[in-house]
Every structure is written in C-alpha cells, then in structure tokens.
Design a binder for this molecule. Structure first.
Ligand code: JFZ
Length: 593
C-alpha cells in the first residue's frame, strides 16, 4: 500500500512537466543551420513541363514564372497537371546528390507562385496526388529519405503570390482585381502550412517568399502558426509585413561585399533559372561555386544552391556533375566550412578570404602565391600553420614581423610552390585565443591600398550616416545626394606614386544589370585634390557576384612621399539624375611601378 501511494505521488508530481511547453532559445533553434552552412534548393513543379517554352515560343526569364510571363490562362496552365508524370523520380537519388555535394539541408518548393502543391493536400485538389497521373507525394518521399540520410528537410511556400486563386495575389491577367487576401490566407495558406508541419515529421525551416502586400498582422499570424506547430522550425527571411524572420535572405544570387552580422543566406542558381528550362545551359563552373561557398562562409552566411528537376523527375545531368565536383572539394576541406564563423577581417582579399573556428583561422586561397602570402594586421600569436589537405599536418614556415614605429603586424607565410588544390587551397593557422586584428586599414603586401565603402566613415554635413553596401554587386544602394562624403584613414609603409581607381558596380536584375555614370566626384588626399567624371574605363567580371560587374574609373595619380598614416576623402560634386544613383563600391590605390 505504501509503495502504491509513493508511485501515485510521483505520478502527480510529473503532471506539470507533461504540459510544460518546451521553450527553445534562438541560438538553439539556429544551431543546426549555422553548423550546416550549405544547402540545396529545389524548384520543382508543373512549370518544368513547358521548361521555358509556351506554344513553340521561348519565354524569357526564370522558368517557374512562365505562367505569368506568358500570361497563361488558369485553365490552360492547370491542364499541365494531367501530363505531370515524373516516373524517373527517386527520392534517394535527390538526397544523395545533396549529400555528395556536402549539403546539409534541402529546401523544396512545396507550393510555388503557380499555386500547385507538390504534396497531398486536403485543402485543394490542385496537388500532385489528386491532380496528376503520377499520383504520389514526392514531398513525403523526400522528407522520409532526408530523415534516413541525416539531411534536414525544409519547405519553400509561396504565402502571398498564388496565380491559381482568385483571392491569392498577383494573377491580374485572369482574375478580377478585387480580392479577399485574408480569406485566401485562412482557407489555403494556413491549412496547407498546417498539413506541411503536421504530416512530414520535423521540418528544418519554412522558406516564405515575395510577401508583396501582406500586412504585419497577417505575417505575424503565419509566424505564430509555425511556432505553435513546430517551435524548432526556422522561419526564413522573406515572411514580410516587417516581421522579424529567424535569418535574413540576400537578393537572389547576391553575394555581399563584406561581412554581414547576424544569420543570413544567399539563395543562388546553378544556371540562370530556378525552375527547369530546356535551353538554359549557362552553367556556372564548380570552381566559381566552390569559391563562392567559401567566400559566403567568410562573410558569415549560408549558401543555398538550386537545382531544377526535369518533368520526368531527374536533376539535370549538368547540375549533378557540377555539384559532385563541389563535393570532391568538400570531402577534403569541409572543416573550413561547417560550423565556421566569419573572418576576423571586415573585407575580402584579392587572393581569397578567411573563415574561423575557436583557435583556428582558415585561409581559403584561390589565387595561390608561390612566393609566399603576407597577411597585414593580424595581431594574434600564430602557433602553427599547415595545409588542410595535408593529413600529416606538416608545419609550414612562417614569420611574424612587428614594426614598432608603425605599430604594425605582418605575417609572412612561406607557401609551397604548388597549390594543393586548383580551385581553392586551404591553409590552417592555429592561433592563441580569439583572433585580434588591427583596426586601421593597412597597405597590402603588393602595395595596393584597398578602401572599401563599408570601411569608410560616412558623413552628411556633420552627421554620421550609414550607406548600405549589401545590394547586389556590393555597390552603395541609393546614394543620391551630393551632401554625403566618405573618409578613410590608412597606413602606408611602402610610399610612392599611386593610381586612384574608383570602383562602382552594376546593379538591377540578374537578367539585365544596369549602371549609370557621368557623376562628378572629388578625391582629396595628402594635400592633393583630384576631380573626375565616373566613366567606364574598364569593366571587370566579378567572380564574387557574377551578374554584376565592377566598373573602374581611372581617377588620376597621387603621391605619398614618406611612410605614414594618411586620410582620403571622396565626395560627389554632381550626381547624374536617375534612379540608380552613385553605386560606389571601393577605391583602389595601386602603386605605379
Ligand atoms: C523569388 C521567386 O519569385 C522566384 O521564383 C524564386 O523562387 C526565387 C528564389 O525567389 O524571386 C525573388 C525574390 C526576391 C528577390 C529576388 C527574386 N530579391 O529580394 O532580390
């Protein structure tokens, strides 16, 4: 009897914990995602059938937008479902492609703007199980396979645009203008999100997109729904309504020029489309993608790389091959990607970039320096240097130099003659404690002084202002007024004559980047004044932001006659009228031999 009473009380005592909501901190929620760094995006839907062509005509633009781009009537587009029969689809193959590339999560379009659900839905018959001859739930198959293979399954869901619903947003070619968006949210979006967050096990994240006019309350109610059903599920950057997402999304294919604090992700294409297009063969090289993966990690971000499966259910061969090549590199070098943090230096280097883990810096070098690499401004004590690809971790010689007069630290690393990897070679530096770097800008080993816009002090009159350099191409966004000026302080230890190169960048859509020049600017440095007109003296492909080139303007010459700390000011005198403004990115001061 006594024992029974004891058991009874134990049971009573446990009741509150049965009802307690397990609360989760933001760091806990983001943990797997920060560790992952690299994921696969899958854009797959009915649009893969036309694959960029409608009634014999090529339709320009991204493949999954064909319904809108060709203004296809709802009834004609819906009929595609009768043909959708991806019999070659095999969830295991999809997940293997991601896994082999070193990707840790997979985000698939559960419903894109066309409104068609790639999962079994009781909310709308317009779904892969009820409306196609195929009749099977590919999302279910993928979710199960991902769980088996230790990959996080995540869902893209278009919460505002729905070209199949009179109350969804954005189909204005086939539906009357008036709509009841709230009704659409209540009757389709929320019930479908509930299905997705109930029937497929734990979901890594929901990738919302193009929020359009969704209100704060509406976006908040979606966030609350996700939190209620799966508190651990991450909410991506494009939920809208000014609602705080769990991480930020950059523009598509946009790689920022510098470190961005906080959690963020660059979604990017392998060619120029997300959804499959028959004629898009503009594949990016595995080399470029690998370098971008490292560069993005160096700036603190995740890389979400897209594949667009064919209507019969295959990831295009070219995509499989490219990702496998990235995977080859990852097999040897993944330590410099998974779970790393951004570089201790605020800017990218001309030879590559840096990631870090406690006690270690990883130099990702794509421009190998057979005469050795010099790092300017690292104050931390270096304990050991070796190649990541070298399993024996054989020490590489290095020298730490401190210039007292300048209070300047320089590290010389004696690299082997041959790069261990043609694409991106990784040098590991073991350091004492947290990395410490000099605050001021240093002249680089090759003599160049690199003055990025983000590192300038920007003033408008006597007020500090903040320019935004995270736009596509990394140029200033919306610099429209002549009142704003930028100033840098920097150390020059190898004086001489220098060329002033003013670099602006293209911006706009990936399909048709734009640029505007003819602005009049002034550069003031060391008692010398230059005035110049921004013209395209040289255009340079930028392997860090593909679609948007750097435009170089030759601004003349300046002299530093002795070593010292100098200051340079850039100010516009006259800005050309127009929407683009002064897309200033950086100044290079390059020594004249
Ligand atoms: C959206 C979609 O419209 C597109 O079909 C695709 O799914 C892509 C991943 O996301 O397109 C966008 C959304 C936002 C930006 C660019 C394209 N943006 O912020 O630069």
């Amino acid at each position: 009897m006594k024992k029974q009473l004891f058991v009874f009380f134990i049971f009573i005592g446990l009741i509150p914990s049965l009802f307690a909501q397990k609360s989760i901190t933001q760091d806990e929620r983001m943990q797997w995602w920060r560790e992952a760094r690299f994921g696969m995006f899958i854009h797959w839907g009915l649009y893969s059938i036309p694959g960029g062509e409608w009634k014999g005509k090529k339709i320009s633009g991204i493949g999954e937008w064909i319904m809108k781009r060709a203004q296809i009537p709802v009834n004609e587009y819906r009929a595609l479902a009768n043909q959708f029969n991806p019999i070659k689809f095999n969830a295991k193959d999809f997940v293997m492609v991601a896994k082999n590339a070193g990707m840790k999560y997979l985000t698939i379009t559960a419903k894109h703007h066309d409104g068609f659900a790639m999962f079994k839905s009781n909310v709308s018959k317009y779904n892969i199980v009820d409306a196609t001859p195929y009749g099977k739930d590919v999302i279910k198959a993928l979710a199960e396979e991902c769980q088996k293979q230790g990959i996080k399954i995540c869902f893209y869901y278009s919460q505002s645009r729905d070209w199949n619903e009179p109350n969804g947003l954005d189909n204005e070619w086939d539906f009357p203008k008036e709509r009841d968006f709230q009704k659409y949210l209540d009757e389709k979006v929320k019930p479908q999100l509930t299905e997705l967050l109930t029937n497929y096990g734990p979901i890594g994240l929901i990738w919302f997109d193009t929020p359009m006019t969704i209100s704060k309350e509406q976006a908040q109610s979606l966030k609350e729904l996700v939190r209620k059903l799966q508190p651990e599920c991450i909410i991506s950057g494009r939920i809208g309504g000014g609602i705080e997402p769990d991480y930020a999304s950059t523009g598509d294919n946009a790689v920022p020029a510098t470190i961005i604090p906080g959690d963020w992700e660059t979604p990017a294409t392998l060619n120029d489309t997300w959804g499959f297009k028959k004629n898009d063969t503009k594949w990016k090289s595995a080399e470029d993608l690998t370098r971008l993966l490292f560069d993005i990690a160096s700036k603190g971000g995740n890389y979400l790389l897209n594949v667009g499966p064919t209507p019969d259910g295959l990831i295009p061969d070219a995509s499989v091959k490219i990702l496998a090549q990235v995977g080859e590199w990852m097999k040897i070098n993944n330590e410099c990607i998974y779970g790393t943090m951004s570089s201790p230096f605020p800017v990218e280097f001309e030879w590559g970039n840096i990631t870090q883990k406690p006690g270690k810096l990883y130099l990702g070098i794509f421009d190998w320096k057979k005469n050795g690499l010099e790092i300017e401004g690292l104050k931390s004590k270096v304990k050991k240097v070796y190649l990541l690809a070298d399993q024996s971790k054989k020490s590489i010689a290095f020298e730490e130099i401190y210039d007292k007069a300048f209070d300047h630290h320089r590290l010389k690393i004696k690299l082997p003659l041959l790069a261990p990897d043609k694409v991106l070679s990784v040098v590991v530096m073991e350091i004492d404690g947290k990395p410490q770097v000099e605050e001021s800008i240093c002249q680089q080993a090759n003599g160049t002084v690199y003055l990025p816009g983000v590192m300038a002090e920007s003033m408008k009159g006597d007020k500090l202002v903040k320019l935004n350099f995270s736009s596509r191409g990394g140029g200033a966004d919306n610099w429209m007024d002549v009142g704003t000026k930028l100033t840098w302080k920097f150390k020059v230890d190898k004086p001489g004559i220098f060329k002033v190169n003013i670099v602006t960048s293209e911006k706009g859509s990936a399909e048709s980047p734009t640029w505007q020049g003819d602005h009049l600017v002034k550069v003031i440095v060391n008692g010398q004044e230059l005035q110049c007109k921004i013209v395209a003296d040289r255009k340079e492909f930028n392997n860090r932001s593909h679609y948007w080139r750097k435009i170089f303007t030759n601004g003349g010459r300046i002299t530093f006659d002795k070593p010292g700390t100098y200051q340079l000011t850039l100010l516009p005198i006259e800005l050309t009228e127009g929407k683009l403004g002064f897309t200033f990115r950086e100044i290079y001061l390059t020594p004249v031999k």
